[in-house]
Design a protein around this ligand. Sequence first.
Ligand code: IPD
Length: 264
Amino acid sequence: MQGSANLNIMVKAARAAGRSLVKDFREVENLQVSMKGAGDFVSKADIAAEAILKEELMGARPTYGWLGEESAEEEGKDPTRRWIVDPLDGTTNFLHGMPHWAVSIALEHKGEIVSAVVYDPAKDEMFFAEKGQGCWLNDKTRLRVSGRSRMIESVFATGVPFGGGKYLPATLQDLAGLMPECAGVRRWGAAALDLAYVAAGRYDGYWERGLHIWDIAGGVLLVKEAGGFVEPIREGQNLLEDGHLICANPDIFPAFSKVIRARE
Ligand code: IPD
């Protein structure tokens, strides 16, 4: 696909941050002896990746606003556009030496996400989308959500809150309702990739509560442009600001959302 100038800037930035993260990821394995040492190292890797993204994205578009997981929010001279960035989604995987994490970049215009990149450097998979232009993987492959319509054949993804997270009881109830009905539930620990995998038809659906806007801003556009449905879990919630999200292919969405919304 021939992307816009902004999309090309985003892809270039994601690759630059990805190169830095891959280099640091190789180091993490040597640091596993001391988790504290590894934790500090990973947060430095995360901050360094965000600095690269900021230099590339704000360098190319200095008037845009900025919202990143690791740095202060900035309003741009152009108040209608902002970058929403997670330099390292899947931090816990990265820290434990598991190659499943991503760089996520979204461009918002007038309150709507118009371009998105989710890059998995360990597998060199670049997922991207622009509003009205479809969703793509590595330039050549146009992505479509899956066509499964039977719950018992469908695989879903979620995130289970850790460390006493507020939404743990609700998520466990969801799992109790969903698991007997479906072919499997995965919890791989990177929301941006969970959304990209729904767009790619690998997962049939995904839901999670209490996400941050930078975890999902890019991935939501991927799913929509691949033909999927994305909604807040409860009617009236703001999808990106509240971060309670459910998405799936249109055929399975009604049955899947019925199970997840049963206790709302
Ligand atoms: C986390 C991941 C994880 C999700 C958490 C997020 P981070 O993002 O996306 O899958 O379950 O809610 O906070 O901290 O690795 O950028």
